[in-house]
Design a protein around this ligand. Structure first.
Ligand SMILES: [Zn+2]
Length: 354
């Protein structure tokens, strides 16, 4: 029987998922007898594990599920929904079907972005939102949303009619759609029951350690997403994100630093990201794009980062009114080759994409 859909290397991600649950349970069990420094350490560990899971483990799962068997993917989705405090299937629907479709776009003629997690969405004019607004207020809004979802015990956490975004992202093929929405419900049930389990072990740990660690983790994830796109040039899958190529980070983070490559080929398995970079090196290198000297979560240390989206503003407007010319595009995106302009089915314009 074939277990792994892509590669047995994904066993490492499964082990980390189970490991997080075991460690969190141990932290809850020992909280009452722990010393002050041990509690601080446990709090830091819980924050780190949740952040790492959202950014790396569950993120990779949303793009390329690990198992051949559907029930195994369903089970790991439920486990990680408890680990990250939200439905992994809902994460998949919004992240893959919305974020990776519109790629952190700037506002259009309707005054908003199509990518609902775009860093430009709450910004002034054509600017990014402030880091505080995106990371901190975004985390608070997420926590309130999750609280509302968990309180829907009366409908057994089924996706409600008012959850228009999820209903919009779910596929239109009836059987697959039903399966996706059912998985959201299963994930939420697992999250709810897991929280009850933690509360039963130690309500103090759940309220004093788990909950604050969860909120901080959500804010840190937002910081990561912010600097994966801050200063990049939207409109091209070769320039709309920020990569970091440090070896140690990419080793411990399953090539997560290759974010531009990830946006270029979102369905490609994490193990092939360096290959994607090699295969597209010519097109990547010829364009002006942001390469960070630090991992995205530390992006605020990259003080002299260029703001390519400002250079591209005129170009973006031209694209939207459909009167862009190759010569102008070349100048504004700093591209050395003739840029070809194509219209994608999603309605977004891309410069020089293939
Ligand atoms: Zn992604």
């Amino acid at each position: 029987m074939k277990i792994w859909k892509h590669t047995p290397m994904d066993a490492a991600l499964v082990a980390l998922s189970i490991g997080q649950f075991v460690v969190m349970t141990a932290l809850a069990f020992t909280w009452g007898q722990s010393s002050g420094p041990a509690r601080v350490g446990g709090f830091a560990l819980a924050t780190l594990m949740m952040t790492y899971n959202i950014i790396i483990i569950s993120h990779l799962f949303t793009h390329a599920a690990w198992f051949e068997a559907r029930w195994m993917n369903s089970a790991i989705s439920m486990l990680n929904s408890l680990n990250i405090g939200q439905s992994v299937q809902a994460y998949q629907l919004s992240h893959v079907r919305n974020h990776h479709r519109y790629n952190n776009d700037q506002k259009g003629a309707d005054g908003t972005t199509k990518d609902r997690s775009s860093t430009f969405r709450d910004g002034e004019g054509s600017e990014h939102a402030s880091l505080f607004r995106y990371a901190v207020l975004g985390a608070v809004s997420s926590v309130l949303g999750v609280g509302k979802i968990l309180s829907a015990v009366h409908r057994l956490w089924k996706v409600g009619k008012h959850e228009t975004e999820l209903l919009e992202y779910a596929t239109k093929v009836p059987e697959t759609r039903a399966r996706e929405l059912r998985q959201v419900q299963l994930d939420r049930a697992a999250h709810f029951l897991g929280l009850c389990f933690f509360l039963a072990i130690s309500w103090r740990w759940t309220l004093v350690c788990y909950l604050p660690a969860y909120i901080i983790a959500l804010a840190l994830v937002n910081v990561q997403n912010y600097y994966e796109h801050y200063g990049a040039a939207p409109g091209s899958r070769y320039t709309d994100s920020v990569s970091y190529y440090g070896r140690v980070y990419n080793l411990i983070a399953f090539n997560d630093g290759h974010h531009q490559e990830h946006h270029l080929r979102p369905q490609t398995h994490w193990s092939r990201m360096p290959a994607v970079r090699r295969e597209h090196r010519e097109k990547l290198d010829v364009r002006e794009r942001i390469i960070s000297p630090v991992p995205a979560i530390l992006g605020f240390l990259h003080r002299d980062r260029k703001l390519l989206h400002r250079l591209q503003l005129g170009c973006g407007l031209r694209l939207q009114v459909g009167c862009g010319e190759a010569a102008d595009l070349r100048l504004q995106v700093g591209c050395g080759k003739a840029a070809d302009l194509r219209q994608y089915p999603d309605g977004a314009a891309h410069v020089g994409d293939d």
